[in-house]
Design a protein. Sequence first.
Length: 417
Amino acid sequence: MENTPSNSYTPPPDKAITHRALILAAIADGTTSIFNPSICEDTLATAACLKKLGVKINFLKKSLQVEGLGLKGLKEPAGPLSAGESGTTMRLMAGLLAGQDFNSVLTGRGSLLKRPMARLTEPLSAMGARISSQNGLAPLKISGAPLTGARLKLSVPSAQVKSAALLAGLYADGRTSVTERFKTRDHTERLLKHFGAKITISGLTTILKPGPLSAGHITIPGDISSAAPFIAAALLSDRTLLIKNVGLNPSRLGFLKTLKKMGVRLKIKIKKTRPEPVGVIQVFPARLKGVKIAPDEIPSMIDELALLALLAASAEGKTIIQGVTELRHKESDRIKTTLLLLERLGIKASFKTDSLIITGPQQIRGGKPIETFNDHRIAMAAAVGNLIAGKPVITKGASCVRKSYPAFFADFKKNFH
């Protein structure tokens, strides 16, 4: 790392990895300690579901202790399991429950009840799962049924659906293979290996053989998606930023790769590699230029679209972000809410077919209230926009950041006051 004066920032623990660690620890043999876990609305929803299935989870000062029940140890819940508004909880728990020998109901609230579930239920049904939905939406009723390993080809690039199929595969008769169109985040595969699963990966195909898991202690790295607003803010305010203890999983680095294409100079140093790469990132001020982003790049930066749009508005030239249709199915219709965010900030953008198009540089005027639509990523992007807007921005519903990063505004103010 260069000896350049830097703001220093450590992001909160990774939410996606915490979800997966909780679930795998619950069905492993033995007790697992999860150090530096993400504690937010979404991960607490996963923990609550597991507790209702008979799993003991002890919340200690700096860790979670999960007493694993083994593959066959979960108990039938007394009532419906609520995923809250967590899509990860809903989809991963569906995969886990599909292989049990009891019945269960998975429900949620808010926007989660409007998110499509057919993309989840179809591959699980192909393995023999008996799942019924409400016209393709949650709640999901899951009836205990024997599963058979299958060769699955996912039509939608979704790490959550892939993970659900792999979790179900732990309970299937025979091996399960999952082939993706594009590479998506691979935290589940890495953690399955960490917990002793028989898993192999070749290109876009993951093959899993059923079998028991063993307890495997894990320390959760900082969340790169939570760090992304701080990176964007540093670039838009011409500051150098040093990010410590951050997860550097290659399947999550699309945002950083795009920034490099836009002319940003980054220094990345990996300090640890297993089960997840962890290290530091140093971000230096840069003159941004417009870029073209291909559909196969989107899965590795699925959480950063609104931030990229803000950066594109400050870049010289046209930025085209292709293949963004999947973003219609996040906490909000994130294409629509990103366009509304930009419009309220005074930024002109257009959406054609499957592409978001922004030509810069444009002045970020601000001065208008912004609605988050209960989407934490939009709330964070609005805070970044407000940092450089000509007039202050009032953000409605900003408390939705509790979903993933309860201390976001306190940390943001500390770094960009």
